[in-house]
Design a protein around this ligand. Structure first.
Ligand SMILES: [Zn+2]
Length: 165
């Protein structure tokens, strides 16, 4: 791996934060850096590339993305519902909302198209709950079933994504 990548993604990420820095995919690291820049919260890497033996030791599935080389996977620790939200929002929406706002401010558009674009920006979710499967869901559909809570309350905290245990 070219050593320049670490200069490119500093100071948010340093080699020492990765257990296997030389196994990481450079374009993935650049993407992670852009995500980190937009999210504005700490990205604490708890797992990056994992050789098969390491992956088995930590209970990773055998075809885990962590075992790929070069690797395009990390696990990040989030310490609050706000941090979780900001990481998820940036991962899903990326730079699209800011780019769209900039375009809207600068160009003349047919009114129906401007209305649609403004509505699209207003549609971005700000409150999400992620719940594991109930016993019944697990029995019927397996461990990947579960529930997602979405709401548009303006009274409750904005920009949060929580989980239940
Ligand atoms: Zn993972």
């Amino acid at each position: 791996m070219a050593k320049t990548i670490w200069g490119e993604i500093a100071p948010f990420f340093a080699r020492g934060e990765f257990r296997y820095p030389d196994r990481m995919d450079e374009d993935f690291l650049r993407w992670l850096h852009r995500l980190r820049t937009r999210a504005g919260v700490p990205f604490r890497i708890t797992s990056d590339h994992r050789p098969s033996s390491h992956n088995a030791a930590v209970g990773g599935v055998t075809n885990s993305a962590h075992t790929e080389d070069p690797c395009s996977a990390v696990d990040l620790e989030v310490r609050s519902s706000r941090e979780r939200f900001l990481v998820l929002r940036e991962a899903f929406a990326g730079d699209c909302p800011d780019t769209l706002r900039e375009i809207l401010a600068r160009v003349t558009l047919p009114e129906d198209l401007r209305t649609r674009a403004e509505r699209a920006l207003g549609d971005l979710v700000r409150r999400v709950g992620i719940y594991p499967p109930t016993a019944s869901q697990r029995a019927r559909y397996g461990v990947n079933a579960g529930t997602i809570h979405l709401d548009r309350s303006t009274r409750l905290p904005q920009d949060v994504a929580w989980v239940s245990v």
